[in-house]
Design a binder for this molecule. Structure first.
Ligand SMILES: *Cc1c(COP(=O)(O)O)cnc(C)c1O
Length: 478
């Protein structure tokens, strides 16, 4: 489709939306303008292709299709069956997974499906056998009570939030921290790196049912073969949450021991981060878990979002191409350029660098909290998110770090030189920012003062970079 056709289609679509609720049409236009004009360094965000975006906005949204392919609780699901079949087929082939379940609405949903599948597989079925029942329909209320007791006291070992793990890996306020008896592993206090011997020691002592690997803010690769060895030794199921780095797995940047799919029993992911698809989740599983994963609906999910499954199929088709492999490699190369740009200017990085798609900048050497750094950078048109560093002295709200990722700007075409310049601009802003003062006269953790004119100057410099690499080039809304 030509640029003119896409531009005209989107303009007309926005007119239709605007005729019903003008504020939504206006916000949609403004969002494009804002995304075009900011340096997006949020490690979990990206820009999906026009094909993926267009696939989301269709009448598949109108269809109910609870159940699984060919086995639905609603009539008329033949086209949804096609959509789900194609998406699952692409996912299996792309990742080399025996089984793929593409219904989860988000990464969190995918993790809930995986947790309950593991519980069903490891606890419910043996529990049923112990109770002399063949299936759940034969259980009495008292049987359920005893099963619930067994379910509720299972152990989960995941990476701690401040070491880079995710809320859903057993963090207390999340349901994963409430439904499991949980413990966490961290990183080495000296190097910031995962210490597999320490993880193994903890696993031997705690004997988890589930060992979770994967992260949101750890700037290094993980040896999943080692993680599987640890899980096997203690009889745990290895679940890997590759939400952040699925694009690097799809693009064959992570192979061998760094590819989770052949090593884990179950792999979960989002589809909208480095994988560059629509917002959503997926579960990949070894054959023995397939039947349990298929019970995601009705166990955890309601009706699947068929329009989103269709967009997942389109994004996965894109991720199978040579072009995507090149993109994935550039994500990692660019993260190195960004890291080198910081290190050569004397900034501190957690673990001293990166070998994936993100860097974690420790801003305490600038005398700032993560919150101050995040806000000062936003004033200069640089969008990041504050993030804890290991053993963070400023806690999870103010933090001492800023997380920066390369997937989004790599989609726009940024390369080595641009990322080095991005590091320079960030150091310029942070180097000329000071903490403000509290009412009592001490240093504030939230307010800050940036030197006169610095934010405006950096904004101009980043506009120059962004103008060279337009977002959705050719898309001109009338
Ligand atoms: C982003 C993320 C999730 C959650 O994804 P949502 O789609 O926001 O629910 C889960 N796990 C990890 C490791 C993540 O980084």
């Amino acid at each position: 489709m030509s640029d003119a056709v896409i531009s005209s289609a989107y303009s007309q679509i926005l007119d239709v939306i605007g005729s019903v609720e003008p504020r939504i049409a206006a916000a949609t236009r403004q969002e494009l303008a804002d995304q075009r004009e900011s340096l997006k360094l949020i490690a979990s965000e990206n820009y999906a292709s026009p094909a993926v975006l267009l696939t989301m906005g269709t009448w598949f949204s109108d269809k109910y299709a609870e159940g699984t392919i060919g086995h639905r609780f609603y009539a008329g699901c033949q086209n949804v069956d096609t959509v789900e079949t194609v998406a699952a087929e692409h996912a299996r082939e792309l990742f080399g997974a025996p089984y793929a379940y593409v219904q989860p609405h988000s990464g969190i949903d995918a993790n809930l499906v995986a947790y309950w599948s593991i519980l069903a597989h490891r606890v419910e079925s043996p529990g049923l056998a112990k109770l002399g029942a063949k299936n759940v329909n034969e259980l009495s209320e008292a049987d359920w009570e005893s099963l619930r007791h067994e379910f509720g006291n299972q152990r989960l070992l995941g990476m701690s939030l401040d070491a880079g793990g995710h809320l859903t890996h057993g963090f207390r306020p999340n349901i994963s921290g409430k439904m499991f008896h949980q413990q966490q592993y961290g990183t080495d206090p000296e190097t910031g790196l995962l210490d597999y011997d320490a993880v193994a020691a903890k696993a031997r002592e705690f004997k988890p049912l589930i060992l979770v690997a994967g992260y949101s803010a750890y700037p290094r690769r993980v040896d999943f073969a080692k993680m599987r060895e640890i899980a096997d030794e203690v009889g745990a199921t290895l679940m890997v949450d590759m939400a952040h780095f699925a694009g690097l797995v799809a693009g064959k940047v992570f192979t061998g021991d760094e590819d989770p799919v052949p090593h884990a029993h179950i792999v979960t992911t989002t589809t909208h981060k480095s994988l560059r698809g629509p917002r959503g989740g997926m579960v990949l599983a070894q054959e023995e878990f397939a039947g349990d994963v298929d019970r995601g609906c009705p166990m955890v999910l309601g009706g699947p979002l068929s329009h989103m499954m269709a967009a997942k199929a389109v994004a996965l088709a894109e991720a199978r191409t040579e072009e995507f492999r090149g993109y994935a490699q550039r994500i990692a190369d660019n993260a190195k350029s960004l890291a080198d740009g910081f290190l050569s200017r004397g900034a501190d990085l957690v673990t001293g660098g990166t070998d994936n798609h993100l860097v974690l900048l420790d801003v305490s050497s600038f005398g700032l909290t993560g919150r101050q750094a995040e806000s000062a950078l936003l004033d200069a048109g640089i969008v990041t998110n504050r993030n804890s560093v290991p053993n963070d002295a400023n806690g999870a709200w103010y933090t001492s770090g800023v997380r920066l990722g390369t997937p989004a700007l790599t989609t726009r075409g940024f390369g080595h030189g641009e990322f080095d310049r991005v590091a320079e601009l960030i150091v310029d802003v942070l180097g000329s920012t000071q903490p403000g003062t509290t009412k009592a006269g001490g240093p504030s953790k939230a307010s800050y003062v940036t030197g006169d004119g610095v934010a405006a100057k950096v904004k101009d410099a980043s506009s120059e970079l962004l103008d060279k690499h337009p977002l959705y080039p050719g898309l001109n809304l009338s």
